[in-house]
Design a binder for this molecule. Structure first.
Ligand code: KIV
Ligand code: NA
Length: 335
């Protein structure tokens, strides 16, 4: 997919179509993204939290980000080295646009040093562009990058790289004044050439108004249902860090499936025993997750596909329970 495809979804003549974005951090998560019609795949610096176990995104180095981007790209490009027969009958969607986060500190020095980090990331991984947290202070670097034709995505609202000065992960833009600051900064980022902006953890109405004011697509996370697209962290979306209770509850809700057997019988066509993009495991392997109803890979792909459909059809998020409200006096002052 291209930037033009994303813009076309926002500005579709029959009404906008929500843009579906999701993070990936390694080869298996990238394969599950590739199996669905995801518009944009982000190698988020949330990988510091969900893949590496840090308590913030600040310890993530540029080298570590490059390492993970290479793995994700191998997953997204998997058909290039899979055998043709494995892909028989599989109608693969267009691959997503691939964007990586600028790791913490990458924007703190000179524009030249920021450019050098981005060039390294792109040349050593083959990603399509970069996401940069920040507002006016990031504009000189964003401008330089976009002038040279590098796709840059902005990121406003909650900025996890600033967790220290914001005293934790909390709702942003809750007052009219704060909401106005986010709106103004988003206009500055659009002006600087960003092709899209992530809006994190802001009230639904603020996400909606910013999305209306910008011509570039907004991608929300905790920003309500009215942004032009949605993104979630893969591990949150599949609940793999939330404890066995949640996992078992999710399995209980999954539709009953005919399970593939271990003795060479053909698996049910609707339940790939292995990823459709990778070869089956050798005979000495027993998949113990099958004892719980499905294999982890199949469950992850099913979840990614369910997420894709829910976002595309505006069934996620539910503003009543999965979004934040603004006090009406603040909203009146903001409008
Ligand atoms: O790091 C990340 O995963 C992100 C998104 C969730 C927007 O920045
Ligand atoms: Na991030």
């Amino acid at each position: 997919k291209t930037i033009a495809d994303l813009h076309a979804l926002k500005h579709h003549p029959d009404g906008s179509i929500p843009i579906v974005c999701l993070t990936a951090y390694d080869f298996p998560t990238a394969l599950s993204v590739r199996s669905s019609d995801i518009d944009l795949c982000l190698i988020g610096d949330s990988l510091a939290n969900v893949a590496l176990g840090f308590t913030s995104t600040q310890p993530l180095s540029l080298d570590a980000m490059i390492h993970h981007c290479q793995a994700v790209k191998r997953g997204l490009d998997a058909p290039l080295f899979s055998t043709a027969s494995l892909l028989d009958g599989i109608d693969l969607p267009q691959p997503p646009l691939v964007i990586a986060d600028m790791p913490f500190g990458g924007t703190f020095g000179s524009v030249d040093s920021g450019v050098a980090a981005v060039v390294r990331l792109m040349q050593e991984t083959g990603i399509d562009g970069i996401k940069i947290e920040g507002s006016y202070e990031a504009v000189p670097l964003i401008r330089r990058l976009t002038e040279h034709g590098i796709p840059v995505m902005g990121h406003l609202g909650l900025q996890p790289q600033r967790v220290g000065s914001t005293s934790g992960y909390r709702l942003q833009g809750r007052t009219a004044q704060q909401a106005k600051e986010i709106l103004d900064a988003s206009l500055a980022l659009e002006q600087a050439g960003c092709f899209s902006i992530v809006l994190e953890c802001i009230p639904t109405r603020v996400g909606e108004l910013i999305s209306q004011r910008l011509s570039i697509p907004t991608i929300g996370i905790g920003a309500g249902s009215k942004t032009d697209g949605q993104i979630l962290v893969m591990n949150d979306m599949i609940g793999d860090l939330t404890g066995a209770g949640h996992v078992l509850a999710a399995l209980a809700q999954a539709p009953a499936r005919a399970l593939p057997t271990q003795d060479g019988q053909e698996p049910d066509a609707t339940t790939p025993q292995h990823s459709p993009l990778t070869p089956p495991a050798p005979k000495f392997v027993r998949n113990f997750s099958l004892q719980h109803g499905t294999s982890i890979g199949a469950l992850r792909m099913a979840a990614v596909q369910a997420y894709t459909q829910a976002v595309r059809h505006r069934q996620f998020p539910d503003d009543g329970v999965e979004a934040y409200k603004m006090k009406s006096e603040e909203w009146k002052a903001f409008q």
